[in-house]
Design a protein around this ligand. Structure first.
Ligand code: AHR
Length: 633
């Protein structure tokens, strides 16, 4: 193999490897959003879903679910409990997500409620956390004092670790009390923000050092029907004013229905922007373009009624970038973030297709470009990289001078290996490419049997050498979906799996991470007999310079079952320090996977190799992905 270290072919964008976030598989509620209470504001279709009435020590009472939709359409329900006994306790338990709440011994939890005493009553609240075998593992007391709605909170520690704790809210003292937004959060969250995100999960995102964060999806942007589309303006500000809606994945896939899957939007647009900022990723919001999910109802907003949708996009740009003299910039400032979020791109529609999409896209694009000519627009090319829908959009958007085209591919591992040259002949002067959703499917596309196995991960690595080699065209790429709860998923494979307490990174995650941490700044040619390495000897390779660290970075993927002894002749360099660092990701079997029990079975291993002159010799194991970093002298 030959590497011409002085012949820069393409600049690698800082955005190159990023993250695709969607609230699917309990990614947000029940996942990264650390709220432990399910249906905290009684807004599910069955308002007491997740809650169970409880009585003890002779306590008694009854509860009404009150609908105040006229005054509070965004948070219509609360409960009114009548405590009818002098003695004992009456109340409710909450089952959390997937049958429990993950709590840890010694950690502090914050219980809060919005409450109102009625008349002269003085109902007292006793909060209990029940662990395994119903043992009480944490408790606290709280007496709401006001006759007007007010928020009350109290902290307590858990004395045990369990993934399936239950929260009990007991009421005592005869009287009537109104309750809403009954909430329990760990004190320890990402950056210890109150009401924040699960630290272990966000840390895994930060560890990728992603170039961008795409949010909030995925199909939830569209909604199964337009009423349940994602509307960013309803996801900011006080959490009790964020209107809950059913999650689009609630009933998807008959094999894993999730009737209790809703969106509380506790993870809303402000949190997405702030998370992107925290982890150094460029924000990439995707907005509904007046189309519901085309896999479902395919409802459309008439073209002459599109204004509010377009306005949402314009207002979002102002919210992200405007200063306090603008309406939406002021709101961001008032929400505690005076500095702009530096939004540079926005997606119009998720995975739309057809002429109906083009018609709406044109209206959005004209409005956005007129007001914000520097904002780049991400345009979808439908659900598949092949077929007539893709061709129509590809041709149309290219002729209309689109900025960035979003290609999606969920396909067998072989497709990924076979497509390592996909971008070699793309028009260098046309739109940039965002490989916005992809994942190798071990069994069949969208099969519930799909695994995050090593063959899939290695094939993705092979494909990604092709993305990187074509970094002058491909500016962004993200695996999808990102998160999945091991007991609550609708889609597989996924990048990161978790339960109520723990999480693990898949082999696919490590591939993404290694590409991102080692992307370098500029592609240089790595060839075999003057050809890019994309399948010869079942090998795939790319090389880049890292001008920030003054290194040459080689990525080599061996998808064959045989070891290979390879040698790289490097030209155009003044020489390298004797020892180079090597990172190897490999597994003995193509079926190898990680799991909660063995989270790092397939994970990177570091070593070193000596270089002689400008020649690097490397022993490459079967079925492995290697990265070598050579430091210039
Ligand atoms: O990633 C899962 C789904 O796949 C996304 O919601 C959608 O955009 C695509 O069809």
């Amino acid at each position: 193999y030959t590497i011409a270290a002085d012949k820069v072919k393409a600049h690698i964008q800082p955005t190159m490897y990023g993250i695709f976030f969607e609230d699917i598989n309990l990614a947000a509620d029940g996942g990264v959003y650390a709220e432990l209470v399910k249906n905290r504001s009684f807004e599910f279709n069955m308002p007491l879903m997740g809650w169970k009435e409880q009585k003890k020590d002779g306590g008694d009472g009854r509860t009404e679910v009150i609908n105040r939709a006229v005054e509070r359409p965004e948070n219509a329900h609360f409960i009114k409990s009548y405590i009818t006994s002098d003695a004992g306790f009456y109340g409710f338990s909450n089952e959390g997500f997937r049958g429990g709440m993950g709590v840890k011994e010694g950690e502090e939890y914050s219980f809060s409620v919005i409450a109102k005493q009625e008349g002269d009553t003085n109902v007292k609240l006793n909060i209990e956390l029940h662990g395994d075998n119903d043992a009480i593992i944490g408790n606290a007391e709280l007496t709401p004092t006001d006759k007007e709605w007010n928020r009350y909170s109290v902290k307590f520690k858990s004395s045990a670790t369990t993934p399936k704790a239950q929260l009990y809210v007991w009421m005592s003292g005869k009287g009537v009390i109104d309750l809403d937004m009954i909430s329990l959060f760990p004190e320890h969250t990402w950056k210890n923000r109150p009401g924040g995100l699960r630290a272990d999960l966000v840390q895994k995102l930060a560890d990728i050092k992603p170039g961008f964060l795409r949010f909030p999806g995925g199909c939830i942007v569209e909604g199964r029907e337009l009423n349940n589309r994602y509307q960013w303006k309803k996801t900011i500000g006080a959490v009790d004013k964020r209107e809950n809606i059913i999650n689009r994945w609630n009933t998807e896939f008959k094999h894993r229905p999730a009737p209790d899957y809703y969106q509380t939007f506790g993870l809303g647009f402000m949190e997405y922007f702030m998370t992107a900022e925290d982890i150094g990723a460029s924000p990439l919001p995707i907005l509904n373009c007046g189309m519901a999910c085309e896999f479902n109802t395919a409802e459309l907003v008439p073209l002459d009624k599109l204004d509010p949708y377009v306005q949402d996009a314009l207002d979002l740009i102002e919210f992200a970038n405007g200063d306090a003299s603008t309406k939406w910039g002021k709101l961001r400032t008032d929400l505690g973030h005076p500095a702009p979020f530096n939004l540079k791109m926005i997606g119009v529609g998720n995975e739309q297709w057809g002429q109906q999409y083009v018609d709406r896209w044109k209206i959005f694009t004209k409005a956005i470009k007129t007001k914000y000519p520097n904002i780049k627009i991400v345009s979808a090319l439908g659900p598949s990289p092949e077929g007539k829908e893709f061709d129509l959009l590809n041709t149309t958007f290219r002729s209309l001078g689109a900025d960035i085209l979003d290609e999606h591919y969920y396909a067998p591992p072989k497709w990924f290996r076979d497509n390592a040259r996909r971008y070699d002949n793309y028009d260098r002067k046309g739109p940039k490419i965002f490989a916005g959703e992809y994942a190798a499917q071990s069994v069949a596309t969208v099969s519930p049997q799909n695994k995050n196995n090593w063959e899939c991960a290695l094939s993705e690595a092979a494909f990604m050498t092709g993305l990187e080699r074509n970094a002058d065209v491909v500016n962004m790429a993200s695996y999808a979906p990102l998160f999945a709860h091991v007991e609550g998923w609708q889609w597989t494979p996924n990048l990161i799996w978790f339960d109520n307490l723990k999480s693990y990174a898949t082999p696919n995650y490590y591939v993404q991470q290694l590409f991102s941490l080692n992307k370098g700044t500029d592609v240089v040619p790595l060839t075999l007999n003057n050809e890019a390495v994309a399948g010869q000897n079942d090998s795939y390779a790319t090389a880049s310079l890292d001008k920030n660290t003054n290194e040459l970075v080689i990525k080599f993927v061996n998808t064959s079952t045989s070891a290979q002894n390879v040698s790289f002749k490097i030209t155009g360099s003044k020489g390298y320090q004797k020892q180079a660092t090597v990172t190897t990701l490999k597994a003995d079997s193509k079926d190898a996977e990680n799991s909660l029990a063995a989270p790092t079975a397939v994970s990177p291993v570091e070593s070193t190799v000596d270089i002689s002159g400008n020649t690097l010799k490397l022993a490459i194991e079967p079925y492995s992905f290697k990265i070598v970093r050579l430091k210039n002298k």
